[in-house]
Design a binder for this molecule. Sequence first.
Ligand SMILES: O=C(O)CCC(=O)C(=O)O
Ligand SMILES: [Fe+2]
Length: 197
Amino acid sequence: MQSEQTLQTVIVDDVALFPLFVPEGLQQRLLREFEGLSFKDPEAPQCKLVRQDFDKVQLNEIPHDMPALDELDELVQNFVQLGTGVEPNLSKWFPNEIVIQRYTSAGHITGHKDSKKHRLLVAIVNLAGSCHFDILTCRDGQPVIRLTPKAGDLILMKASGLLSDQVDDRPFHQVSGNLDESVRYRISVGFRCSSLT
Ligand SMILES: O=C(O)CCC(=O)C(=O)O
Ligand SMILES: [Fe+2]
């Protein structure tokens, strides 16, 4: 039910926040698991108009030594699958791209759309820290919706083909750096699906 309501909000508003999605214990295990990763500067954005400052780790499958990430992946999948009553195609959504992003207080990504290859939904777990996650009227437009996720919150955002393959309704969005002074980094974990099963 909570999943269906969240998905209805995504359909109407392009984005929805589901608070306290990740149990506290799992948050801690994920953070410990991520300590061993080597975060790298991302490749330059395809669109020259986008500026970004964060580092990241991209995974196309979950390594055996990351059981907490596997658990999170399962939680995200289950939550999305519960939304098939709202959009039947979601039964085909299984993430095959996981990106862990790390932002300092000066970090950011300016207005952009996510790649068209990522289908139906993008799920972003705000694992640590906080940020402003804004949906924009256009690339350098004003925020129409501002989310301020806290540790453990889930953001779902509309991706290509959720409502129609004819209309491109991927929203422009921007993300600020870490707003939570009690931690060094904001850490997000993005789940995307580039091939519906
Ligand atoms: O870290 C996030 O919350 C998502 C950033 C983003 O929009 C992206 O990398 O495409
Ligand atoms: Fe994005």
